[in-house]
Design a protein around this ligand. Structure first.
Ligand SMILES: [Zn+2]
Length: 509
């Protein structure tokens, strides 16, 4: 993402009310952190009730083109009358839960308080980009009181980008345009949009075990009839590894796109020649005139423009969004896949991974093969087929973590990603320190959603040694010799409130 450089604007803080600075929180700061000099009319609280007015908001950009987790924050109004709180970010990539708006380099949400001491929650999320830069953004909180007095302050937004910059694949979804007899997809710009959709899915899948399919060993169904009644079966003219996808434009009576594999398609085999319950080919077709109406297609793929896409009726439809959806059907969300067929029959999908992430079964609409009305817990986005139903802005469509876990239940092996790991915090099990010497130990964190809470859950730290509750850094110096056994408990900012505990022995010599 590009971050527009704004002029540094002055931070005006009028003195509303007389709430005092909460010094107890500032104690946790590492040396050098500055105390706020102003009293506050509102407080922004994290999931653990900590004031973050003078801290930062941490957002993670998960690896791959995936709906990122959003985090929930709370605003507490200490003001004595009605208040309007205008939340603005300086990027279209950092956005708020609905109702909210997005425009060029800006996202906005209005929260209204009718009385003091009220709490209101909001969510802040991050649209994925493909770079690996940890952008620094900011949230500006503008407070408008009943008498129109205005003050504002900003909280930095730190982004932890897990993208690697260079994308490596071990599963290919290969586009074959030979059936595109009407030349709908001749333009490179359209093929870029299709390729981006194919890559988006392929990136998550580990296909390293799949065998190569030799020439004419695979048969694929493509439509020839405008009512989706008749098709024909075509052989592959070249060998391929991974998944072969015929992509083409045509006219159909429903003016819509379609994506599927079929029972004519063979099954993937692994290196031991065992048959897997995964298909090897499929097709995705687009009506040349548009999707569900004749408004045509939008196929520019500038990452910055993601928020301009609505996919509403009467508007051009985003070729990338629709391709992403139809490819999802072709590679897994289709009755031609034995495991998906079972899920359709029972009306839901469940697996140990889904149970722990989704906290229950995910319902499937048997007719559409969509996860209608289902919302991804961490991102707040709608699942596959519920692109207009999430609690976050409904723009260019995205794959959610829930969709990946369903693909896993269909039979795919997913590549290893931080967000598929269990939340884990690591410190050295034994820390030996010398009396009067400054120490600093930073934990390693895996599988969590940033905005952590660290606390000593058992035992006590030596006098003078402290733990930063936000970073988990153990720091300071002590004059006291001895052996100290402590347990550090860490919690992440996810809706599922993951936690981990670590035992540490501190020996002061
Ligand atoms: Zn669909």
């Amino acid at each position: 993402m590009k971050v527009k450089s704004h002029h540094l604007f002055l931070i005006y803080i009028f003195f509303f009310g007389c709430s005092e600075i909460d010094d107890s929180k500032i104690d946790e700061d590492e040396p050098g952190a500055k105390k706020s000099l102003h009293s506050k009319s509102i407080q922004i609280l994290d999931a653990f009730g900590r004031d973050i007015n003078n801290k930062s908001i941490k957002l993670v950009d998960w690896e791959g083109y995936l709906a990122n987790p959003s985090i929930e924050l709370t605003i507490k109004n200490h003001h004595k009358s009605k208040l309007k709180v205008h939340l603005t970010t300086n990027s279209s990539f950092a956005y708020f839960n609905l109702p909210s708006t997005i425009s060029e380099n800006r996202s906005y949400k209005l929260i209204q308080f009718l009385s003091s001491d009220e709490f209101k929650k909001f969510k802040i999320g991050l649209y994925p980009d493909s770079n690996s830069i940890n952008e620094k953004l900011k949230l500006t909180i503008k407070i408008e009181s009943k008498d129109k007095a205005i003050s504002f302050f900003s909280i930095p937004i730190e982004i932890y980008d897990q993208d690697k910059g260079e994308e490596k694949y071990n599963f290919e979804i290969r586009a074959d345009y030979s059936m595109d007899s009407r030349n709908f997809l001749d333009e490179p710009i359209k093929r870029n949009a299709i390729q981006k959709a194919l890559n988006s899915w392929a990136y998550f899948i580990d296909g390293s075990e799949f065998q190569i399919t030799s020439k004419e060993q695979e048969k694929t169904w493509v439509w020839i009839d405008k009512n989706f009644l008749k098709g024909r079966v075509i052989p592959n003219v070249q060998e391929f590894s991974g998944f072969l996808l015929y992509v083409y434009g045509y006219y159909n009576s429903e003016i819509r796109a379609a994506g599927e594999s079929t029972e004519y398609s063979g099954f993937q085999r692994n290196s031991n020649n065992e048959m897997l319950k995964l298909r090897k080919s499929g097709s995705v077709s687009f009506d040349i005139r548009g999707n569900w109406d004749k408004s045509g297609w939008y196929y520019l793929l500038d990452e910055e423009d993601w928020w301009k896409i609505e996919n509403f009726s009467g508007e051009q439809k985003d070729l990338f969004s629709v391709a992403l959806h139809e490819v999802g059907h072709a590679i897994g969300f289709n009755k031609s896949y034995p495991e998906f067929k079972k899920m359709l029959q029972q009306g839901f999908v469940i697996s140990p991974q889904i149970q722990s992430y989704f906290k229950g079964a995910i319902e499937i609409d048997q007719k559409t093969e969509h996860f209608s009305d289902q919302i991804d817990p961490e991102s707040g986005n709608g699942l596959f087929g519920n692109h207009f139903g999430g609690e976050m802005p409904r723009k260019r469509w995205l794959i959610t973590k829930s969709d990946l876990l369903i693909l896993q239940a269909v039979g795919y092996k997913l590549k290893e990603f931080d967000y598929l790991k269990k939340f884990k915090v690591e410190y050295p099990s034994k820390i030996e320190i010398v009396r009067s010497q400054e120490i600093r130990f930073t934990p390693k964190i895996a599988g969590g959603i940033p905005g952590y809470l660290f606390e000593i859950s058992k035992g006590v730290l030596p006098d003078g040694i402290r733990i930063n509750s936000f970073t988990g850094v153990i720091f300071g110096k002590t004059e006291k010799r001895g052996t100290f056994q402590i347990e550090v408990k860490a919690q992440d900012h996810s809706v599922n409130k993951h936690s981990d505990s670590v035992n540490i022995i501190i020996v002061v010599k």
